[in-house]
Design a protein around this ligand. Structure first.
Ligand code: FAD
Length: 284
C-alpha cells in the first residue's frame, strides 16, 4: 500500500483550507505566511470561521475581504444563525454578494450553554441564503453523528433535508476512523444525496487539546492514536511528525476510495497541510 501512488489523482484533485480570524498581530503574521504558502497549491477555495460574538464576526468579514483582495483566491466566510435575526442574516448575505463574495459555509453554530431561545437550523440558513442570491453553499456533515442528534438516522435525514435545501457540498467534521467516513458516504448515497461529502482533515499537532475537543464533538480518537502520541507531551516536533503521518495515511486511503476533494482544518498553520497535500501529488 505504501508504494501505491495516488498522484494520478492530481488532475481532478480539489483542496480547500480553513482558517480562523487571528486575535493578535503575531497570529496575523502566522496566518498570512500560511495563506501565502498554501495559495501556491491553488485551492478551490479557502474559508474563514465565524465566532459566536460580534467581535469575531466582523473579523471574519475583514479577513475574507483581505484574502480576496490580496490573493484573488475564492474566499468563503462561515456564517452561523446564532444570535442573529433573519433580517440581519439577509443583510449579511446581501453585503457579501454585493462585494463579490459568493461562496458561504452555512452553519447553525453552537447554541450557547443555558440558552432556551428558539433557533434556526442550518437548513433554514441555506434556504434563506438561496432566497437572496445563488450562493455556492457548503454545509457541515457528521460521519460519527452530531452530538445533539436523537440518533444516527434522524441526523442523516436532517442532513438530507439540508442538502436538498440547496447545498453544493458538505464538509465533514474531522475524524480519524476512515471507515466511519466511508460508511457515512455510503449511507448518504443510499438515501439519494448526490453532492460531494468532502472529508475534513485535521492534522493534529496538539494531542491533549484534541482529546478534550473530540469528546465535545463526538469524534472517536482511536486507541492506536493514544499509543502513537504516548510520551510526546513535551515534544512538539515529534507530535507534528506523527500528526502529519496519520493524516497522510488517511488521505492516501481516502484517495484510493475515490475521494478527490479534501478540506483541511489548518488551524492557521501551513506546514502539515502543505506536506499532506504534497503527498497527494499537489505541487505549486
Ligand atoms: P444543523 O445542520 O442545523 O444540525 C444541528 C443539529 O440539529 C443536529 O443534531 C441535527 O441532527 C439536528 N437537526 C437539524 N435539523 C433538524 C430538525 N429540523 N429538527 C430536529 N433536529 C434537527 N461553528 C461555529 O460557531 N463557527 C464556525 O465557523 C464553524 N465552522 C464549522 C465548519 C465545519 C466544516 C463543521 C463540520 C462545523 C463547524 N462549526 C462551526 C460547528 C457547528 O456550528 C456545530 O457543529 C453546530 O452544533 C451544528 O451546526 P450545523 O450547521 O451542523 O447544524
Amino acid at each position: 500500500i505504501l508504494n501505491q501512488n495516488i498522484a494520478d489523482l492530481k488532475g481532478d484533485l480539489n483542496v480547500s483550507f480553513e482558517f480562523f480570524p487571528p486575535t493578535s498581530e503575531a497570529m496575523e503574521d502566522t496566518l498570512w505566511q500560511s495563506i501565502d504558502r498554501l495559495k501556491t497549491l491553488k485551492p478551490k477555495f479557502v474559508s474563514v470561521t465565524y465566532g459566536a460574538n460580534s467581535g469575531t464576526r466582523d473579523r471574519t468579514h475583514s479577513v475574507i475581504k483581505e484574502i480576496k483582495d490580496r490573493t484573488g483566491l475564492v474566499a468563503a466566510p462561515h456564517l452561523t444563525c446564532i444570535d442573529a435575526s433573519k433580517d440581519e442574516l439577509k443583510q449579511i448575505a446581501l453585503d457579501y454578494w454585493n462585494s463579490g463574495i459568493k461562496n458561504i459555509v452555512a452553519l447553525r453554530g453552537d447554541i450557547p450553554a443555558g440558552s432556551d431561545k428558539p433557533h434556526m437550523y442550518a437548513t433554514d440558513l441555506v434556504r434563506l441564503l438561496k432566497e437572496q442570491a445563488d450562493f455556492d453553499i457548503s454545509v457541515a456533515a457528521y460521519p460519527e453523528v452530531h452530538p445533539e442528534a436523537k440518533n444516527a438516522q434522524a441526523d442523516l435525514l436532517a442532513f438530507k433535508d439540508k442538502m436538498d435545501a440547496g447545498a453544493d457540498r458538505a464538509i465533514t467534521q474531522f475524524f480519524f476512523d476512515v471507515e466511519s467516513y466511508l460508511r457515512f458516504r455510503d449511507r448518504c448515497a443510499a438515501i439519494g444525496i448526490t453532492q460531494e461529502i468532502v472529508p475534513g482533515i485535521l492534522p493534529v499537532s496538539n494531542y491533549k487539546t484534541l482529546v478534550k475537543f473530540s469528546k465535545l464533538c463526538n469524534v472517536k480518537v482511536p486507541g492506536w492514536m493514544h499509543k502513537l502520541y504516548d510520551g510526546t507531551d513535551n515534544d512538539p516536533t515529534t507530535r507534528n511528525l506523527i500528526g502529519a503521518s496519520i493524516a497522510m495515511d488517511m488521505v492516501k486511503v481516502l484517495g484510493q476510495e475515490g475521494v478527490k476533494d479534501f478540506h483541511f482544518y489548518t488551524l492557521n498553520r501551513s506546514e502539515l497541510s502543505y506536506a499532506i497535500c504534497h503527498t497527494l501529488g499537489l505541487r505549486p
